[in-house]
Structures are given as structure tokens and as C-alpha cells.
Design a protein around this ligand. Sequence first.
Ligand code: ATP
Ligand code: MG
Length: 537
Amino acid sequence: MSPADMFTQVGSVIASVMFAWAMFKQYCPYSVQEYFDKYSKRAFTFVYPYIQISFNEFTGDRFMRSEAYSAIENYLGSRSSTQAKRLKADVVKSSQSVVLSMDDYEEVDDEFQGVKLKWASGKHISKTQSFSFYPVTDERKYYKLTFHKRHRQLILGDYLNHVLKEGNEIKVRNRQRKLYTNSGSYWRHVVFQHPASFETLAMEAERKQEIVDDLVIFSKAEDFYARIGRAWKRGYLLFGPPGTGKSTMIAAMANLLNYDIYDLELTAVKDNTELRKLLIETTTRSIIVIEDIDCSLDLTGQRKKKKEEEGERDEKDPKPKLPKEEDNKQSQVTLSGILNFVDGLWSACRGERLIVFTTNFVEKLDPALIRKGRMDKHIELSYCSFEAFQVLAKNYLLLESHHLFARIQELLGETKMTPAEVAEHLMPKTISGDANVCLESLIGALEKAKEDAILKAEEEAKEKEKESARLKAEEEAKEKAKAEEEAKEKAKDEEEAKEKDSSAGENAKKQVKDNGFCDNGNGELNNKESKQEGFSH
Ligand SMILES: Nc1ncnc2c1ncn2[C@@H]1O[C@H](COP(=O)(O)OP(=O)(O)OP(=O)(O)O)[C@@H](O)[C@H]1O
Ligand SMILES: [Mg+2]
């Protein structure tokens, strides 16, 4: 048979089958058609060894985009960019990067634990029933996963979980991070684009690495926290003088973990209820920051103590306590509100969260607030060390070494300067960006700071001397007054003793006199008695 004859025969067979199918559809009763449909599908699946799963873009009546669909879209994005020929591009991260996903009717292969699978994208298009000049079409996209039925267990379990997890992670990586601030009981946000990172943070390398490790371990410890029955959260307390990099470190943390930041302004929070509401609205993978926690509560004016004894206690113990409910009726956010915020309510919120407090005066904070378990890690950010300076020099001047470094190292060992001040001297001073000028400016400032510190120390020593002399004089005056008082007491005692003696002499004389009278009296008494007897007679 020639190829032309063969094509003719095949063509006529196809035409006959289609005709028969059309007749069947037209004249066969619906119930028979359904019956036929059902059994033909069963027969087909009996011989067809593959399983297909569809993931539709929209689920339910509420027209909500399916989370699984968007996770799969992200998951397939990286694979389709190397396999598919037609791709769709989307711009994320404030127009800075392009994210690719596969276009409709494309296919992508995947492999999981040695099992091969196929993903295909498609869409159902349905026209609306309304009569309109411009008919509206309704597109419903879907992804279809095809795999061999002998891998059913693996694919439906581990593989799909893996796809969803990885897809969600990609989504988080691609999302535009936000910086939230509270205005009343609502969060408002702006795009978070702080360039700080741990590489540029001026700090001793070992301590920096310890913090980075702690953060990374935390961010990967979902299963661990679930196993030990603790909410997946961690508290950091950053303390140190102004300009030592506390806020910069928070930005670096957010950049490292790809978290959003919720900058909570406590003074703008009306009461504990509002605080709770704000907390519940925070999303997972976020850092909740309360800057200058000591001042935040100071500003609410709640530290005023009503009771006198508390005032006395305050004088003895300068630690300002956070307010307790009963302390102040108009109190807004109370200590217990904050404590609940930090731990109690965390359990209500799923997902990982960091809470960071910053303060310039750690000793002012209530110990309950910063105990381990609430603020798990206390990080001190202090004055600039030589190691920290080297980081700044590398960032600002692109210098790893310089002959002036030795002098700077010496001066930094002798005086205190914050990284913010050091950084200010390293800012370009000339158009040519001469590093010498910056370093000399820093040396000048350090020398001046050293001199100032010496003068201050001398002044303080003088003050101290004066104070101790004053205290000594006071002590002496007290001693003298005490000695005088004692002498007076003694004189008084002696006087009293004398008076006692003389009155005792008087008494003795009197007694002697009385005794004489008594003898006489006896006689007299006898006389009297005799007189009385005389009377009675
Ligand atoms: N450790 C540091 N590493 C790098 N830069 C720093 C460091 N410390 C301070 N700086 C620089 O100084 C500036 C001020 O630092 P930052 O705002 O982080 O200080 P802070 O400790 O939060 O101060 P405050 O207590 O006043 O809030 C930053 O813009 C940063 O450029
Ligand atoms: Mg700060």
C-alpha cells in the first residue's frame, strides 16, 4: 500500500469514528452517555499508569487565590527559567529584580528522590453567559502534576510538602520587605530598604559571628521549638551608649533573615488592649522592635509614684520600675501588658518572631522584663575597639592597613569613642577622598577626647577629694557634736546623782528625826494609850 492510500484510509477511519461519535452524542440518551463516559474513563485509567493532580488558581466561591497555586508558581519559577521556552516575567522588590515563571501550556520536568515527574500549566477559558458587545472571558489557570502511580505515596506526601515549603520560601525571598510603624491601633508601612548588614557592622568578628549563628539557628529551628513545646520566638536586648550601632544591628538582623520590621512606639499605644491588638496583627518572619524601652515608658508619665514610701524607696534604689496596674489608674501600657506582649500572647501567634528591645541604660530596666526567657540574649554594644575601627576603615576608606593605624590603635585603647563618632571622621573630607585626611582627623579627635578625658578625670578626682573632705568634716562635726552631747549627758547624770544623794541625806535625817519621835512617840503612844485607857475607864 502506497503512503497516499494509507493516509486516505486513516482519514476515512477517523472521519467514520467522528461521525459515529457525533451521532452517539446527538441521539444516545444522556444516561447512556454518562454510563459510557464513566466506564470508558475507568478502562482508560486501568491501562494508563499515570496519576494527574490539578492545582487550580482559584478555590472556593470567594474567588481567593489558592496558596498552593502560588507556592507551586514560585517553585516552578526557578525550574522553568532553565527548561521552558516561553516564560512570564514579573517585577518585584521595587522594580529591582525580575521573577520568572512558566507561561501557559508549557511543561517542566522535575525530579524528587530519583522519581521523575512532569508539571504542565494550562487554563480553562469560559465565556460569561451575559449578552454583551464585548464578551468577558473568565480564565482559570491551573498546574497539572503527572507522575507514575507506583510513586503515589512519595509524591502525595513528601514531594508535595517539599514543593509547598520551598515555594513559600521563594515567595518570602522575593517579597518586598516592609517597615511597619504603629499609628494608634494600626500599623502603617513603608518599604524597608536599609543597607546595613553584619559585614558592615563594626564589631569584634567573634562576637558578630556568635550573633549571626544565633539568629540563623533560630530561623531554622521550627521543628526544635515545636518539639520542646515553646513558641517560636526569641528576645534580644541591645544595650549601650548612644551611637554604638543598636538600630544599625536591628536593620542588619532584618536583612540577614529577610524579616519585616515592626517598630513599636509604645508612647502611641493607648492601653494593653491596643498593645495586644497590634501584636496579633504582626505577621510571621518579623522583628518587633521597641527602641529605648526605658524612655518609652518614662514618656507615658507613669513612673510618678503616688505613695510616699515608694518615693523613699526610689531614692534608695534608682531603678525606675515599670508601672503596675494598681499604681496608676490612668496608666496606659503597664508592665504586665508588656510582659504579656513579650511572652504570654506569643503562643497565640504562629510563626517565627524576634523581639528586640534597645536601651541606653540597662540597669534602669525592671529585671522581670529582661530576664532570660523573655530577653534571651543580651548584647552589649560599646565604644569602638580597634577591631571595630578596622571594619569601619574597610567600609569607609577601603583600607585594610595604614601606617596611621598603630597610633589609632594606641589611642582607642586609651580613650572612648563611639563607632558613630569614628564613622563621622571617616566620611570623605575631600573630593579626591584622601584617606590620610580622614585618619588624621580621627587621630586629632581621639587625642582631644583623651585630653578631655584626662581633664575630666582630674576634675572628678578634685570633686571626689572635695567631697571626701566635706564628708570628713561632716563626720568630725558629727563626732564633736556627739562628744558634746555625751559630755552634757554625763554632766546631767552627775547632777542628778548629786541631787539624789542630797535628797537621800535629807531622808536619812528625816528618818532619824522620825525615829526619835517614834521613841518618844512610843512613850507618847503609851501615854496616849494610857490616856485612851483612862478615857475608856
Ligand atoms: N557598630 C557600628 N557599625 C557600623 N556603623 C555604626 C555602628 N555604630 C554606629 N554606627 C553608625 O552610626 C550611626 C548611628 O548608629 P545607630 O543609630 O545604630 O546607634 P544607636 O546605638 O541606635 O544609637 P541610639 O542609642 O542613639 O539610638 C549609624 O548610622 C551608623 O552609620
Ligand atoms: Mg537607635
